[in-house]
Design a protein around this ligand. Structure first.
Ligand SMILES: [Fe+2]
Length: 281
């Protein structure tokens, strides 16, 4: 059975909560009081996975950048720097690079993708609903400034595509809210050590059997939460799994709170960069 262990830059709080209530409680109340839009946490987790033997690979997850203002760009710069210091083997960004894929984001996006050049490892990206535009109704990625910026950068773009790296198969599945998600890439069995990148966590039950892990974002952890980080509501396809590791889903699932905002601020829900070390169960 898939399992998790956790450390972070707020280790004392996590340790205290663990001592008080165990891992289930920690997942629900591990954030403090207050406005914390720009206080990026670095949370480290070791995930023990089924159908997995690429022991020890380190993945940095930076989700939901929503980089379309100077503040957003600055937050990305900080997050990239924090992730880079962890010396990951690979960086994954499972969608929502900006909130609106239109003209006014063009220069900020260009700079955002240029900043990703600081990584000395591959950067793998998939689309989120906002990458198609505000409403999520624009299935045609050719009209999106976000997707255009991805295509002109050095990131590895995985809309319903795979990328093999260090014995793993990273499978980027396109956005589910806009209906571009496809699950039939493999004719037969899914290869061992397959990690799915799919923006919306609640479609984890659509992923074929045999995948080791799915990494998502989308929820922002609730973004504006009740004290102790209790989410109030979530977006479409982001209402069941808000943040952290879920080992009892059909495929083991990790949901990042991401670094960006769509409401202008976060409350009781700081942004996070996740450093995941994957190990066999
Ligand atoms: Fe988002």
């Amino acid at each position: 059975m898939a399992q998790q262990s956790h450390t972070s830059d707020h280790i004392s709080r996590r340790q205290l909560l663990t001592a008080l209530g165990g891992t289930v409680v920690v997942g629900a109340i591990a954030t403090p009081f207050g406005f914390d839009t720009n206080r990026i946490e670095v949370n480290e987790d070791t995930l023990h996975l089924d159908n997995f033997d690429a022991d020890g690979i380190k993945i940095a997850v930076i989700s939901d950048l929503h980089s379309e203002t100077q503040d957003g760009l600055k937050r990305c710069s900080q997050a990239f720097d924090l992730a880079s210091r962890a010396k990951p083997d690979v960086v994954v960004m499972p969608g929502d690079f900006a909130t609106r894929g239109y003209e006014h984001t063009k220069e900020i996006l260009r700079q955002t993708f240029e900043l990703m050049g600081m990584f000395s490892c591959p950067v793998l990206v998939t689309h989120g609903n906002h990458d198609y535009g505000m409403t999520g109704n624009k299935r045609d990625g050719r009209k999106s400034r976000v997707i255009e910026a991805m295509r002109h950068s050095n990131v590895i773009h995985l809309p319903n595509q795979i990328h093999k790296f260090q014995g793993l198969t990273f499978w980027g599945i396109d956005d589910a809210v806009v209906g571009n998600d496809r699950y039939d890439y493999f004719d037969g069995a899914v290869p061992k050590n397959t990690v799915v990148l799919l923006h919306e966590p609640d479609v984890v039950d659509r992923v074929p059997k045999g995948c080791s892990l799915m990494i998502s974002g989308h929820t922002h952890g609730g973004q504006i939460c009740l004290p102790f980080g209790i989410p109030i509501t979530g977006p479409p396809l982001g209402k069941k799994y808000f943040s952290g590791f879920y080992s009892h889903t059909p495929t083991a699932l990790f949901v990042s709170k991401g670094i960006g905002v769509t409401t202008g601020f976060r409350y009781c829900c700081p942004p996070e960069v996740n450093i995941l070390t994957l190990r066999r169960a």
